[in-house]
Design a protein. Structure first.
Length: 274
């Protein structure tokens, strides 16, 4: 059995199918790890969601910020953003089944010697601690009052983790770290304004994976979210958001030997919007 990690698809269904053809994906034997952001901004979010759901146990998916945005918009908690491509899902006859499936996905996946999260982990968290915190959010998303949680999920505060946090503040920090994090300071205070390259990072902030003393260091972590960073492969970081929706590439990383496969997404150049 082979496991391939797939970067942020964001509704780029045709490019995903091209990539799976290139790796000769065998749904009877192979497993796909999706780093989140299955939907939004690309042209075929509905088809993407249906396809990945249809893979059943052959697909492991963690939630990204765009996936959570779909749940919030569908619940009427927030209005769509300019550039969203979610209407087809919200109007689809099978929308309830698709949304139910989406909100029961993981926030973080740990298997063997590797872990997967959409954005990042705060420096105070070990892998087991982060996995336990992820389950707290998953419980809220899958509970009867999940709509109430969605109403309180957004916001930039608190900016950093504290073991004493409770309630929605606690859940919000976990969500922000796992689906939005790019930079934080040495204490884990998160910065949400920077989306560019590392050279442009504000003084005093590190990429989350570069914070000195990060407690999750040593475990290979598969992630996406940071398109400006591109593919970054180190012993304990497998960053594979290569900006398909921005007209670059969609990436698949074979975890057994770290061989990278990519499909060309140049046909999408100029179609996405902030």
């Amino acid at each position: 059995m082979t496991t391939y990690a797939i970067g942020d698809v964001q509704g780029c269904y045709d490019q995903l199918r091209t990539l799976l053809d290139a790796i000769r994906f065998d749904p009877a034997a192979d497993t796909l790890w999706f780093v989140g952001d299955l939907v939004n901004r690309g042209p075929r979010s509905l088809e993407t969601l249906r396809f990945v759901r249809g893979l059943g146990e052959r697909a492991v998916t963690v939630l990204g910020n765009h996936d959570l945005h779909l749940l919030v918009v569908a619940a009427g908690v927030r209005k769509p953003h300019r550039g969203d491509t979610l209407d087809e899902i919200i109007r689809a006859p099978d929308r309830d089944e698709l949304l139910e499936w989406l909100r029961t996905r993981k926030m973080m996946h740990v298997q063997g010697e590797s872990a997967m999260v959409h954005a990042g982990l705060l420096p105070q968290w070990t892998i087991p601690r982060a996995a336990a915190l992820a389950r707290e959010v998953e419980t809220a998303l899958q509970g009867e009052d999940y709509a109430g949680f969605l109403q309180h999920m957004y916001g930039n505060a608190p900016e950093m983790w504290d073991d004493a946090l409770t309630g929605y503040d606690r859940l919000r920090v976990i969500v922000n770290a796992m689906t939005r994090l790019r930079l934080c300071d040495a204490h884990g205070r998160m910065n949400f304004s920077h989306k560019g390259e590392l050279d442009d990072a504000p003084a005093g902030y590190f990429p989350w994976f570069g914070v000195p003393g990060r407690r999750s260091a040593g475990t290979p972590i598969v992630c996406g979210h940071w398109a400006a960073l591109g593919v970054m492969l180190t012993p304990d970081l497998l960053g594979i958001d290569s900006g398909c929706v921005w007209g670059r590439q969609l990436s698949a990383l074979r975890l057994e030997d770290r061989r990278l496969f990519q499909s060309d997404c140049s046909a999408l150049e100029g179609t996405a919007s902030d």
